[in-house]
Write a protein that binds this ligand. Sequence first.
Ligand SMILES: *Cc1c(COP(=O)(O)O)cnc(C)c1O
Length: 491
Amino acid sequence: MSEPLLFDRSSPGRKGYSLPACDVPERPVADLIPAPYLRRTAAELPQLSEPDVVRHFTHLSKLNYSIDSGFYPLGSCTMKYNPKVNEVTVNQPGWRSIHPYQPEATVQGALHLMYDLQDLLCEIAGMDAMTLQPAAGAHGELTGLLMIQAYHRSRGEGHRNEVIAPDSSHGTNPATASMVGYTLITVRSDERGRVDLNELKSLVSDRTAALMLTNPSTLGLFDEQVLDMSEMVHEAGGLMYYDGANLNAIMGIARPGDMGFDVVHINLHKTFTTPHGGGGPGAGPVGVKQILEPFLPMPAIGRRDEQYFLDYARDHTIGKVRSFYGNFGMLVRAYTYIRRMGSDGLSQVSRDAVLSANYLRSRLNDLYDEGYPGPNMQEFVLSGRRQRKSGVRTMDIAKRLIDYGFHPPTVYFPLIVDEALMIEPTETENKDTLDAFVDAMRSIAREAEETPELVTGAPLTTSIGRLDEVRAARFPDLRWRPEKVEDAATG
Ligand SMILES: *Cc1c(COP(=O)(O)O)cnc(C)c1O
């Protein structure tokens, strides 16, 4: 790294503050803190001025890439711009300063917002009821499958122990199924990238608890056989689970509820512009059809005589799935976005997202192979097959894009496309940005043929080159220690 670490800039006596002399009588520390808890040697804190600290953190912040710094075409994850009006709203003192233990009468506005957001999301997804508690899409999947399990058990059908998901499904789908104790059955995609209906027919049985489907799929393809699938699964007594991570393709145009789905999760941090990534809080509300309403997590947000309240009266609830009521700040942001866009705005979002993805595909599919033929929905998958012939792998293309100033797309997923590059531009990028990305991808394709070492050696412009990802995950080095202390700790 070009800049010295914060701790290495320390110089004895440097300070970032100056306080007036204390004008209240000081009590000895030993009177306030029991002796065993008092430290005997001073903490080895760096001694720095305020500008030192500000420069250090500003430098670190510039090493990060975010949607606020550039184009971020991460397929399946819908990394779209997060409007700043969301932050203005959520930072109103009335939202920011409330506490979850406040009496209901004093937080009527917050309950009202949650109640309305549930309604809006039900309308968008075509569902009858919604819980806002889950903190992510994967958490929504867990919540949804627990409800499905509780539903089957309540009908004396606890023997249903299988969840079916396509081979294009996101890794969280099989992970969730096995976490809930289901056996995962994988259904193959056909040569068009759609579910192989004949195979599905042979897999559905009285052991089927649910079919988990992402539609449009992670290949960015809409499966028009969805009504047939719903009918097939329902006839066998199973339920339909909709992974709503790709809702940005159909919002305001088609509704999972109308396609026969019984449960839907919605990723607010994808489709509904709440901040995404960096380990920040997400939100994965789950909508259900009436038959699953008794199983929803409690409390629900209820309304009686113009008053909103936390409704704990649910006989068959699966319980609480998160502390308090969900990531409330995210709910305020998503609500702001929905109200700001209106229903015409939301459907325009989907149209523009689909248009952008098809535009990119049509400008790149002469130099890169396509995973499956289009037209596609909100994203598309290319294959680095052709580039591999000159020794350039998809990972190299991804790293080279960093040199061109772009965040790489999702790579090596979905698993059913060789050397996959999964690109989702979203609706929030203008044509100039899309064209600049096309130019970069086209030059990388040329480089792969003419100067492959340039691509395999990328990135060349970052402060750190390629990481040893296995080592970074297994032996994370997250803490700086002054040498003396380190000696003492290891000695
Ligand atoms: C992102 C994603 C998930 C998981 O959602 P998280 O909010 O990241 O937990 C599930 N399925 C698909 C298709 C996704 O893209």
